[in-house]
Every structure is written in structure tokens, then in C-alpha cells.
Design a protein. Structure first.
Length: 320
């Protein structure tokens, strides 16, 4: 599905200046409640400073999409999102002609009897009949400054569409045969994400700065929970992080991402849990894990083993 989300910033607010340093980039993300390590902030700062798309690759749920959302909100820019899927084409991603309006125009002209075919053909391929999709919207002027263009989950598309993006990402322009080339006066801030279900071609990667968004270590994941689930007891948050970190060491079909860690913590808070116990873990694994085979593997003795291990480790460090 193709989505657009205009007006990410506050209505009427002036757009914020781009960060002038890595430290300012860290602060900008922090204002949007995004806990980023310095290497990610460095990649984002350079992409903003040099006007290059940033290609973020990593497992689902590690926070790639959130970066674009936070960036748009913090900078007061419109967020334009192209959600990729198999079969995505130019008509859904860039533009298409409003065929219904064109047909009405033809019928009206024929009824009036005053237009020849050549003039009519020219008239119906004008700007007013053009339906703008996300990529074309992103290249047009915006009152709040150049928008943030999120091309989300590019790996879900087909290679022909990936090839089409080369012109967009290198020259920030698209070609409409009937109208000519549309080039951005101010290039959008482009964030491209991929869950790496397939390899993206080198030609596209060369047009971007690249960053692999990995799972956070325990300390950073705990910091994330302090921001995203501030109502959770600290002891519970530490146990949640410890449990999730141990799960990621196992050969699961789908390891839990940061999004699942946050969801699980919120769910446990709703259940008034102050600490993890085997029954609660078994009853709520569906919040954390998304495949029945993974749940069946962890439920019961394995969950109890992990829980006993992390409580013992936390107790040894005086954290419980």
C-alpha cells in the first residue's frame, strides 16, 4: 500500500535547521525519543550534510522506519511515505493520469464540436489531469521545506521498480513522457529501508550512504525502554531486556526486535507485573514472538531456564 503523511511538523511552525554536528544529530533524535548510538547518528548527519539518501538495512523491528518519522517531526518537515510491496509500479509510486477526468473532457469537447484531435490530445495531458503519487509529491516544493521521503521495505519490490529508482535517487527527478522532466528545486531528505529479504542491487546502494541497523546491546535497549515505557518498574525492564537478549542468541525463525521488546513491556505493565514469572512469560509470548514454532520452542522449560538464568545474573550484579 502506498501512503503519504503530510504535515509531520506542528501546523504553521517554521522548519528546524539541519543539525550542524554529530552531537546535534544525537540530540535531534533524542528529542523524538529515539535512542541512537553514535555510529548511526554519524551516518545520518553525513547524509543530511551532503544531501545523500540514507539506506538503512536490518532485521524487522529494529527501528529503521522510526528514524524517518522522528526526523520529519524533529525538523518540522512533511513525511511522505512510499510503502513498498511486490508488484509496485510507476502508477502507484510516481504518477498516473486521471483517466476518468480525461474521458469526461473528451466527451465534453466532442459534444461541443469545437476541438480537433491534435488539440484535444494535447489538452488532456496537462498538469490538472495528473495524479501525484509519493515520489512525485516528494520532488515538488513544500511550504515547510524539502520533505522527508521514506521508501520503506524496498526489498519487497521487484527489480524493475528498483531500477526505476536510480534516476530518482541520483538526480532527484522523474520523467513524465507527456510533460517532460520534473526535477526537485530542493531535494527531499531520503530514507530507504530494507529488511534484507533479498539483496538490493549495487547500483542503487552506490547512490546512498549505507548503515546496518543492528539489535541494540542490553544497555541501549534498557535506555530505549526508559524512554518508550517509562512507567515500567526498573527491575521488570531489566528482566525483559535480559530475557530478550537471551532469545536473540537462539536460532529462532524470527528473533524479537526492539518494537516487540517495547510491546511486551507495555503488556506486562498492563498486567501489573513487577517481575517476570514463568506463568506470565508463557502466557504473553505471543506479544514477543510471532511464529508458533518459536513460541512452542520457548514455552515451558526453555522459558523457565532463561528466566532463572537472567534473574541469577541480575542478582549477582545487584540489579534485582
Amino acid at each position: 500500500m502506498t501512503q503519504t503523511s503530510p504535515s509531520a511538523g506542528a501546523p504553521g511552525a517554521a522548519p528546524a535547521a539541519l543539525p550542524a554536528s554529530i552531537d546535534e544529530t544525537v540530540s535531534l533524535l533524542a528529542r523524538g525519543d529515539y535512542v541512537a548510538d553514535r555510529s548511526l547518528s554519524t551516518a545520518l548527519y553525513l547524509a543530511l550534510k551532503l544531501g545523500r539518501p540514507l539506506f538503512l538495512e536490518g532485521e524487522a523491528g529494529v527501528g529503521k522506519t522510526e528514524i524517518a518519522k522522528v526526523l520529519a517531526k524533529a525538523l518540522g518537515r512533511d513525511l511522505i511515505r512510499l510503502q513498498c510491496y511486490e508488484g509496485l509500479d510507476v502508477g502507484s509510486a510516481v504518477y498516473e493520469w486521471n483517466y476518468l477526468r480525461q474521458m469526461v473532457e473528451i466527451r465534453v469537447a466532442e459534444a461541443a464540436g469545437g476541438a480537433d484531435r491534435e488539440t484535444l490530445a494535447s489538452d488532456i495531458f496537462q498538469d490538472r489531469f495528473l495524479i501525484r503519487r509519493p515520489l512525485l509529491q516528494a520532488l515538488e516544493p513544500h511550504a515547510g521545506g524539502a520533505p522527508v521521503l521514506l521508501i520503506d521495505e524496498l526489498d519487497r519490490t521487484d527489480e524493475p521498480f528498483e531500477a526505476y529508482l536510480l534516476e530518482v535517487l541520483s538526480d532527484f527527478q522523474v520523467t513524465i513522457p507527456e510533460l517532460g522532466t520534473v526535477k526537485a528545486e530542493k531535494p527531499p531528505i531520503v530514507i530507504v529501508t530494507s529488511n534484507r529479504t533479498r539483496e538490493i542491487h549495487d547500483a542503487l546502494k552506490r547512490r546512498c550512504f549505507y548503515y546496518w541497523v543492528d539489535y541494540p546491546n542490553a544497555l541501549r535497549e534498557l535506555d530505549i525502554l526508559k524512554v518508550k515505557a517509562p512507567g515500567a518498574p526498573e527491575a521488570l525492564s531489566r528482566q525483559v531486556v535480559g530475557f530478550v537478549q537471551e532469545l536473540r542468541k537462539l536460532d529462532l525463525f524470527k528473533q524479537p526486535g526492539v518494537a516487540e521488546t517495547i510491546d511486551w513491556t507495555h503488556a506486562l505493565v498492563q498486567l501489573d507485573q513487577l517481575s517476570l514469572d514463568p506463568e506470565t512469560v508463557n502466557n504473553t509470548l505471543g506479544v514477543l514472538l510471532k511464529y508458533q514454532d518459536d513460541i512452542a520452542r520457548i514455552q515451558g522449560s526453555e522459558a523457565n531456564r532463561i528466566l532463572t538464568q537472567i534473574k541469577s545474573e541480575l542478582a549477582a550484579h545487584g540489579a534485582v
